[in-house]
Design a protein around this ligand. Structure first.
Ligand code: CAA
Length: 258
């Protein structure tokens, strides 16, 4: 698939996907969502990729939301389809991807943009970032999982405040709320994301895949996260990476995870 709305680069074992619609502040139209799905799926299947970094092009925005121009004339059915399709092919897809995804939030992360960051496994932000779910100011609500993931990340009370006020918070407040893990000057953001990626690359990919599955299990109706943890813990014992990791420890050397 040829990409028109994103660019991709590979640096060692880290795959960087940049949403590239700077004139629209990287707003997510359907085509961009499809391209992101395709690029994430390919990176996840590529054995040479261990971590994915998602970011936005330009200095102003990560993603300023779903593309308002695209959905402004939708009816009820089209609105439901937009949310269902987006959740399935991008937002839930990212959350459940076995390869860890780091969102490098380099500016506005609003609506679908914050939802994409929240679906990612790790979030880091630049000092100029502004985060919020302003959908109710447009007469709509977050539709890409924002009502659920924001409450999971910061608690129901804070989520209700941010959503009902359609407020925008700066990066420091987002860090205080636990919405992003680290805040750095914009020119240091990608270095920080790559540094985190490098640390992840040193560890067992198969164990990380199991860890993501176990952590996510807490948020799936009908699944007992503790039971998933037991199963995944056991599964690790059947992997070559477990043998390598434990042998390396006992032999007092660094593990070499392929
Ligand atoms: N969709 C489509 N286009 C967008 C956009 C969006 N979400 N956000 C910005 N743009 C476009 C603007 O229309 C503008 O295009 P033109 O030059 O063609 O007019 C261009 O990007 C630059 O934007 P501004 O001139 O508005 O830039 P600014 O610096 O004055 O303001 C901003 C920046 C505060 C982010 C403002 O653009 C803004 O409020 N954007 C919309 C944010 C928003 O409401 N996001 C939620 C979308 S709904 C959603 O995401 C639903 C969901 O959950 C599924």
């Amino acid at each position: 698939m040829a990409y028109e709305n994103i660019t991709t680069t590979q640096e060692d074992r880290t795959h960087i996907i940049t949403i590239n619609r700077p004139k629209q502040l990287n707003a997510l139209n359907k085509a961009t969502i499809q391209e992101l799905h395709d690029a994430l799926d390919k990176a996840n299947k590529d054995e040479g990729t261990r971590v994915i970094i998602l970011t936005g092009s330009g200095e102003k925005a990560f993603v300023a939301g779903a593309d308002i121009k695209e959905f402004a004339n939708y009816n009820v059915e089209q609105g439901q389809e937009l949310a269902a399709n987006g959740q399935e092919i991008l937002f839930n897809f990212v959350q459940n991807l076995p390869t860890p995804v780091i969102a490098a939030v380099n500016g506005f992360a609003l609506g679908g943009g914050l939802e994409l960051a929240m679906a990612s496994h790790i979030r880091v932000a630049s000092e100029n970032a502004k985060l919020g779910l302003p959908e109710v100011s447009l007469g709509v609500i977050p539709g890409y999982g924002g009502t659920q993931r924001l409450a999971q990340l910061v608690g129901r009370g804070k989520a209700m405040e941010l959503i009902t006020t359609a407020g925008m918070m700066d990066a420091k407040d987002a860090q205080n709320w636990g919405l992003v893990n680290h805040v750095v000057p914009q020119n240091e953001l990608m270095d920080l994301a790559k540094k985190l990626a490098k640390k992840i690359c040193n560890n067992s990919g198969s164990a990380i895949k199991s860890a993501i599955k176990a952590v996510n299990a807490n948020y799936v109706d009908g699944l007992n996260g503790f039971n998933v943890e037991i199963t995944e813990f056991g599964n690790c014992f059947g992997t070559d990476e477990f043998k390598e990791g434990t042998s390396a420890f006992l032999e007092k050397r660094k593990p070499d995870f392929k």
